[in-house]
Design a binder for this molecule. Sequence first.
Ligand SMILES: [Zn+2]
Length: 82
Amino acid sequence: MKDSKHKAMGNPNLTDDHIFYAGILVGDECVCGGSKSEGKAFCYTCWKELPNELQLGLYKQLDGGFEEGYEQAEKWLRENYL
Ligand SMILES: [Zn+2]
């Protein structure tokens, strides 16, 4: 049954990573535990704490660099802000 969720999504090419990050984007909870808007990686409070170059990484598309941008931004927030 390992592939069942891929079939359920209707796209066998979706990776677990894609599903994971898409889930973050559609979720409404920020890494800080606060609420965020659907489609945003973080709440505005966290987002404005980020250095410019890390904010830029979050403008990238899913499967086009967003994953790396999110990882870096989340790591920075955990080390410097949370
Ligand atoms: Zn937040």
